[in-house]
Design a protein around this ligand. Structure first.
Ligand code: SF4
Ligand code: SF4
Length: 396
């Protein structure tokens, strides 16, 4: 297993992190003996970063991880877990959640602690105003939390604001060859590196869609260059090729995935992809682009929108619905573009001013397309669902 050093604190982290949101299940519950055996096997083979969250597996992921790490394993690994902002309306909520997390994990300290899934700067400001950051700093002084970070799903502009708003110890972003210009983007990754903030990458396979839902032409392009190299290997190596990335998380559900990922992680050095291999990715991306409904390259020239619409974010969700046949995409749309945000950025926020269209090099009829996105991605349940989420968050 290759490792990369966290330049901020000297931790030597395995480049493969175990994402604890997709443990094997049996009858709807985590298959405990199997999941525990996979965790032990991963540790034996060099994985030392385990990423869980308060809400994964309906709250059972942290407990399972805590149980698996008894008997001397805890000291060999770093645990990352997260605070769910939507459950924090006052500081006491955060205090209780962290107390519960320590109990579930059967540990006295958490190595990497994240604000879970920030989508915009206002969300961070809300938590900071409640005193959450000060509270986390106090826990850090006591050694209960070792590193403070955030995970992010939102626009490039919001990532840039958040990453510079606080002296973070680390951050976690969605990044893969299809998201190079989406969400935090490559420039966000580079900005974090310039600021000296270590980066953990999640969704290197877009929740498996870059494996299971790849168009045939893309599979052929990969296989045409190297038959032995699977789409998983291509996708993971692309992310690890970036020297700015410390750890890549993979939510592994069976032993085959685990062993395959470990094998790939033993040889994925930064900057190791050849010029020919990088050209294959260009070809793959252009095939994907040809097949997208809205030819948005996520260049961001149309941004910012005065009404707050995340134009490339809206188009990315819509395109995934068709290109990757991603059934969870409506949830992602709800989660990252509206319900969980202080400032909604979904398509129906568009006031049709037209300011964006003259900046679009792809000459996309943005207003017209946003109406289609709004119709298909929001539908009749969107407004009530957003209303409920906003009441929970006490957002105006
Ligand atoms: S037309 Fe709509 S999306 Fe474009 S800038 Fe105006 S409000 Fe924003
Ligand atoms: S300018 Fe056009 S291509 Fe670029 S992000 Fe906006 S809509 Fe997409």
């Amino acid at each position: 297993m290759l490792t990369r050093v966290n330049a901020k604190n000297g931790d030597e982290l395995s480049i493969l992190g175990f994402g604890c949101m997709r443990f094997p299940v049996n009858g709807g519950n985590i298959d405990e003996p199997r999941a525990i055996a996979m965790i032990h096997d991963a540790i034996k083979k060099g994985v030392n970063y385990f990423d869980t969250a308060y809400i994964y597996h309906n709250g059972k992921s942290e407990s399972l991880l805590g149980k698996a790490l008894l008997g001397g394993y805890r000291e060999q690994v770093k645990i990352a877990t997260k605070l769910p902002p939507f459950m924090v309306n006052k500081l006491q909520n955060a205090e209780k959640i962290i107390e519960k997390q320590l109990a579930r994990l059967q540990t006295t300290y958490i190595d990497y602690y994240l604000l879970h899934m920030l989508t915009d700067k206002a969300m961070f400001d809300r938590l900071a105003a409640l005193g959450v950051m000060h509270f986390l700093e106090e826990l850090k002084k006591k050694g209960t939390i070792r590193n403070i970070g955030f995970s992010f799903h939102g626009s490039k502009a919001d990532f840039e604001l958040i990453v510079q708003a606080y002296p973070w110890d680390f951050c976690q972003i969605q990044y893969n060859y299809m998201d190079e210009n989406n969400q935090a983007t490559k420039s966000g990754l580079k900005l974090a590196a310039r600021l000296g903030i270590p980066v953990i990458v999640m969704e290197p396979l877009r929740g498996g869609k870059l494996v299971t839902h790849l168009p045939e032409e893309v599979k052929k392009a990969f296989a045409g260059y190297n038959k032995e190299c699977s789409p998983v290997e291509w996708a993971l190596k692309w992310v690890w090729n970036h020297s700015e990335v410390n750890v890549v998380l993979s939510g592994m559900s069976d032993e085959i995935q685990l062993n395959d990922n470990i094998r790939i992680a033993c040889e994925a050095e930064p900057d190791s992809l050849s010029a020919e291999e990088l050209k294959i990715f260009e070809k793959v991306k252009s095939v994907m682009m040809e097949k997208t409904k809205i030819p948005c390259t996520a260049c961001g020239y149309c941004m910012p929108c005065p009404a707050g619409v995340d134009i490339p974010g809206c188009f990315s969700c819509y395109n995934d619905k068709y290109l990757l046949k991603d059934k969870s995409v409506r949830f992602r749309y709800l989660q990252t573009l509206g319900a969980m945000s202080v400032k909604p950025a979904n398509a129906s926020q568009c006031i049709e001013c037209g300011k964006c269209e003259s900046h679009c090099p792809q000459e996309i009829a943005i207003r017209e397309k946003l109406k289609i996105v709004s119709r298909e991605m929001e539908g009749i349940f969107y407004k009530p669902a957003v209303g409920i989420a906003r009441r929970i968050l006490k957002l105006k």
